[in-house]
Design a protein around this ligand. Structure first.
Ligand SMILES: N[C@@H](CCC(=O)N[C@@H](CS)C(=O)NCC(=O)O)C(=O)O
Length: 203
């Protein structure tokens, strides 16, 4: 398998954490991919031009990160990160959707504030994306107890989203207003897979 990746993508990070947690990481070759480079070949693999994209040995390409993570989870016989059925499955999938959504909104806000020339920035859009993140954090705080228990894709997505906020908006500490979440994240961040994948380069 080959994984198209960029070093700062929180969705790639989620896939990598899953691969490490499941003992599959060594089976994945890495293809560094600049999503802004039309010559990268990315759009041939994923017409949406996004990473992560996982190229399987038979040439099939999987995207986006929830699909890739569930595929990796299908490759082993141990405890599953995606519960097979019932309320536990829907909870884990919803947690993943909520936390991926935090990243979606944080990325849109980051592009609008840090990448766009000042004259072209749209304050309403920045505020709208910040509101999504804030409401999602409040919901996670209210449901923090649901992040306990056996490891799931929901927990991994939460760990990635919270640390992505630290990475891009470290000056706005989410912890004081979300103490239960902060306590959970402090513990979760100690997992070797989390520590091995801390994003380094804020470029
Ligand atoms: N829903 C997708 C989101 C992937 C995504 O947005 N990746 C970003 C990098 S963080 C990307 O490739 N952006 C390039 C673009 O949208 O053109 C997933 O979960 O994989």
């Amino acid at each position: 398998m080959k994984l198209r990746y960029s070093t700062t993508s929180p969705y790639v990070r989620k896939v990598t954490i899953v691969a490490i947690e499941l003992g599959l990481d060594a089976r994945i070759e890495r293809i560094p991919t600049d999503t802004r480079d039309p010559q990268s070949g990315l759009s041939g693999d994923n017409p949406l031009g996004k990473v992560p994209a996982l190229i399987l040995d038979d040439g099939e390409v999987l995207y986006d990160s929830p699909v890739i993570c569930e595929y990796l989870d299908s490759l082993h016989q141990g405890a599953k990160l995606f519960p097979a059925a019932g309320p536990a499955r829907w909870r884990a999938l919803r947690q993943q959707a909520l936390c991926d959504g935090i990243q979606d909104a944080a990325i849109l806000r980051m592009l609008e504030t840090k990448r766009r020339p000042e004259a072209l920035r749209w304050p309403d859009s920045i505020a709208q994306q910040a509101g999504k993140v804030s409401r999602a954090l409040d919901r996670l705080e209210a449901e923090a107890a649901q992040l306990d228990g056996p490891l799931t894709i929901g927990q991994i997505a939460a760990g990635c989203a919270l640390e992505y906020l630290d990475f891009r908006f470290g000056e706005e500490d989410w912890r004081p207003a979300h103490p239960k979440l902060a306590a959970w994240q402090t513990k979760f961040a100690k997992r070797p897979a989390m520590q091995q994948t801390v994003p380094q380069d804020p470029a």
